[in-house]
Design a protein around this ligand. Structure first.
Ligand code: 2DT
Length: 226
């Protein structure tokens, strides 16, 4: 199971606007991969269960105010704290690998609902410089596959409406969509999120199986934006 560096898990990220179906699709993907016998975990960002995550959650619920730079860095810190492991391999040595990296190298595939692309897209949609937004993400693990659930902002808004959290507004989501477009790279697979759920699911499964197989064969784990 992944000893000697072979057969690592894949880092798979789902991105898209609010109401694009990321959360439904990622929770359907989990039992599918488990059923095929792959070790797999479902993660999401922000992870609201840490101290940093609580600050983010309170900001999103409009219970606290933070300036745009500060909240951006908190979102990023929330990814770094999950990357880092904070425990010791033995008494005298810091673990050499992060929590995320350890999982991947031991063969576990991670399905991640939002990642650095959300971080950059949402903050740069507020007007922050995109390079400034990317900087704190540098050195985090780069996904092997980014599934972008593509939906026109107007369509997303029609889907059961938005909640009451910050950012859940059509005009802002339009800006976020523009910023996402700038971030696309070779690891992205765009899926038409307006298709029926089963069709979206089929496309996702296909790309994910492909990716998991490539990673098992030893695709190099790389770092973001270096
Ligand atoms: P959820 O509704 O998916 O919990 O997202 N966001 C998210 C950012 O602005 N920066 C980030 O780095 C991340 C991960 C997107 C909560 C909101 O937080 C935004 C929607």
């Amino acid at each position: 199971n992944g000893q000697c560096g072979n057969s690592r898990g894949a880092l798979i990220v789902l991105e898209g606007l609010d109401r694009s179906g990321k959360t439904s699709q990622s929770s359907r993907l989990l039992p599918y991969l488990e059923g095929l016998g792959f070790p797999v975990e479902l993660w999401r960002f922000p992870d609201r269960n840490t101290c940093v995550g609580e600050m983010i959650s309170s900001y999103l619920a409009n219970k606290s105010q933070l300036d745009d730079q500060t909240i951006h860095l908190l979102f990023s810190a929330n990814r770094w704290e999950k990357r880092d492991c904070g425990h010791y391999k033995d008494k005298n040595r810091l673990a050499e690998r992060s929590l995320m990296e350890t999982k991947l190298r031991s063969g576990t595939t991670l399905i991640v609902d939002r990642y650095s692309y959300s971080g950059v897209a949402f903050s740069s949609a507020k007007g922050l410089d995109i390079e400034w937004c990317k900087a704190p993400e540098m050195g985090l693990l780069a996904p092997d596959l980014v599934l972008y659930l593509d939906i026109p902002p107007e369509k997303a808004a029609e889907r059961g409406g938005y909640g009451s959290e910050r950012y859940e507004q059509l005009e802002f989501q339009k800006k976020v969509a523009e910023c996402y477009k700038i971030l696309q790279d070779a690891t992205w697979k765009t899926v038409d999120a307006c298709l029926p759920m089963e069709d979206v699911e089929r496309q996702i499964r296909e790309s994910v199986l492909d990716c998991v197989t490539t990673c098992q064969k030893g695709r190099t784990l790389s770092k973001l934006w270096l």
